[in-house]
Design a protein around this ligand. Structure first.
Ligand code: SAM
Ligand code: SF4
Length: 337
């Protein structure tokens, strides 16, 4: 079959084929994690966001051009009104004919007791939940007011609905450093794999990133005093390197944007909730898909997609040295984590 502008694969100038879209549906959140946003963030006006219909149109265009995996994210995606309707509509594209292999979500889990069943019914099977500590007081501090019990209730609801959960934890110096081994042991006991993430200098959160930064090389050394970590060959095309912890039987992913560059195999792009397509998380460049779609319809959108992918940078250039400015000015919640 010859490919048309609407079905031409998205291949960047380094030969990487784009198969994975992270779709941010809101920059708002019911938590205020210290590594992610300021205590009093300036949220976008609702009128600046892509409508749910536009999000569906853009996601559909990506699927037609070979994207097989979509992750809904934010901000907290489940605080956007009617987002589950969008998820249900995208769920109809799951399966060979629809083009989508996987529809998934990254969430802080607080809204899962309301939505987990519908997510499963929409075809979602696996989700990522962010949880950095099992200590209620430290959870409250790290999220600036969140309740650990709300996230734990969400985790329970996800499992009860049949959703497989992977936990993400951001490693932070002096903050949750001591909690990570117990968090991993607990998660594996519950049947959840865990991925640890180095804090990235994304957005001005009102703190020097060097104070927050904890290299995962140090965390790993500490874990190896307790457990045997066997590296696994598997890769998801993403940045995580996986290990089996022999004693717990669970998997541990390590995402090391600072201590180990992962850009060569990058197959993903990110769409912000305002329709800006970022081909690289760690660079400022973006292409305005909202403008292209609103001014020139689907043909404008296709042309903008081609431009964005052609411009995808080879690598990020994060810097967490003391005093360094954020590598990019937008926050993780705006870009979509
Ligand atoms: N609210 C949802 C959540 O927390 O899972 C989804 C959005 S959140 C921005 C996505 C992921 O980004 C979370 O796992 C969070 O821990 C991570 N994150 C946020 N800011 C980060 C930073 N500066 N460095 C590394 N990871 C970050
Ligand atoms: Fe909200 Fe997720 Fe950012 Fe935490 S990491 S403030 S839960 S968007």
């Amino acid at each position: 079959m010859t490919s048309t502008a609407e079905t031409k694969p998205l291949i960047d100038s380094f030969g990487r084929r784009i198969r994975y879209l992270r779709l941010s549906v809101t920059d708002r959140c019911d938590l205020r994690c210290v590594y992610c946003m300021k205590a009093q963030p300036d949220f976008l006006r609702k009128s600046e966001l892509l409508s749910l219909e536009e999000l569906e149109q853009v996601a559909g265009a990506f699927i037609d051009r070979g994207v097989t995996k979509i992750r809904i994210t934010g901000g907290e995606p489940l605080v956007r009104r009617d987002v589950v309707t969008l998820i249900e509509r995208l769920g109809t594209r799951l399966g060979q004919d629809g083009g989508l292999d996987e529809l998934t979500l990254t969430t802080n889990a607080t809204q899962l007791p309301r939505f987990a069943d519908r997510l499963y019914q929409a075809g979602m099977r696996r989700i990522n939940v962010s949880l950095d500590t099992l200590d209620p007081e430290r959870f409250r501090r790290l999220t600036r007011g969140g309740k650990l019990d709300d996230t734990l209730a969400g985790l329970k609801a996800a499992s009860a609905a049949g959703l497989k959960v992977k936990l993400n934890a951001v490693a932070m110096k002096d903050e949750n450093e001591d909690d990570l081994p117990d968090l991993i042991a607990w998660a594996h006991d519950q049947g959840h794999d865990v991925t640890l993430i180095e804090v990235m200098p994304i957005g001005d959160v009102g703190l020097d990133r060097a104070i927050q930064f904890l290299p995962l090389t140090a965390v790993r050394e500490r874990l190896e005093q307790r457990w045997t970590l066997t590296p696994l060959a598997e890769t998801t095309g993403g940045p995580a390197r996986y290990h089996r912890i022999e004693e717990t039987g669970g998997k541990l992913g390590l995402i090391t944007p600072l201590t180990g560059n992962f850009c060569a195999g990058c197959n993903r792009v990110r769409l912000t909730c305002t329709g800006q397509l970022h081909a690289c998380l760690g660079q400022e460049g973006s292409v305005d898909l909202r403008g292209a779609l609103r001014e020139h319809g689907m043909s404008g959108l296709q042309a903008a997609l081609d431009q964005a992918v052609a411009d995808k940078p080879e690598a990020h250039d994060f810097d967490v040295r003391p005093g360094a400015a954020p590598s990019v000015t937008r926050s993780m919640a705006t870009t979509g984590g």
